[in-house]
Design a protein around this ligand. Sequence first.
Ligand code: PAP
Length: 341
Amino acid sequence: MSIPTTSHAFPDLSFVTEDDPKVERANLSLILDRYKDRFKDLPKVEKGWLSKSMNLYQGHWYSSSGVISIGTVLASQDAFQAHPSDLYLATPPKCGTTWLKALVFAIVNRTKYKNNSNPLLVSNPHDCLPFIENEILRNKPTYNVDSQPRLFATHMSYLALPQSVLDSGCSLVYMCRNPKDVLVSTFHFVNKVRDKSLGVMTIEEAFELFSKGFTPCGPFWDHVKEYYKASLDHPEKILFLTYENLQKDTISNVKRIAEFLGYPFTKEEEVEGVVEEIVSLCSFENLREHNQQGIKRDGLPNDAFFRKGKVGDWSNYLTNDMSQILDQITEEKFLGLDISF
Ligand code: PAP
């Protein structure tokens, strides 16, 4: 990849933090313990995807345990401090977070890593661009004090974002996806990674939970609506994307994301094919190939984040009735909003 001329600073990401992942696990236990009094009185369902139960907080369901859970959301709200130069990504789970992380990491760091040195070739995109909910588990922050921009992602709802993020005016890219594909993707993911003690989830159970809104960070539709409305109120600060649109025209959307985040491609870069290189680096096939083995910092297998990467795979798993019910919910929830998949 050639080096464009630009005046931007690039983040100095220390991949091997001094923290051992064991530290993060220990801190997670401390956080869940510290916040249990705050979430014990929240509404609860004794059902979950990756945990035994979920708690309702600020209109959204969060797993009762795990790295993205009610405990880490509360702790993020208390402890996470935004910097004015931060850039954020937000998604409901299983809407293409891994892809978006890779693309944004590659866009922002495109002059820093040459040829075959890009960390995306050896690290899962989740380990290259941290979730806010995971950052607060680290004793040593991911970024050096003078790093800018810092890149963070989150699955939290818009209203749950830490106040400092809301006040910061930082740019945020949001991406959602056809709820039917989100359901099917989540169904496969949980059956691959959930604790054996929770048993295997059937597609019927998954449908039941999803359609009733009992999903991590859900109801899915409310998550989307909150960010969609915020993007209408602050179009210069929130870019609203869909997975389907990103699939349909990846090149244009990558240029759009780069421009929005303040890292536009120069004419020279476009001529030299830098955009195409980033798209190819972050393609499903390429990332899947580099993530066939190993585990992420949080212990989940790298390959669990790359299944099919297709639009419309729901038709292989959902019955006509399930599909119609979900379409109806989507129609009602998004009535009057210009959101389509
Ligand atoms: P997360 O919320 O746990 O981070 P997320 O990355 O949002 O998961 O979603 C995973 C989905 O994105 C998977 O979809 P599928 O189950 O329908 O296949 C995964 O395959 C897909 N995905 C991952 N990387 C890419 C990519 N580079 N291009 C397109 N889709 C991708």
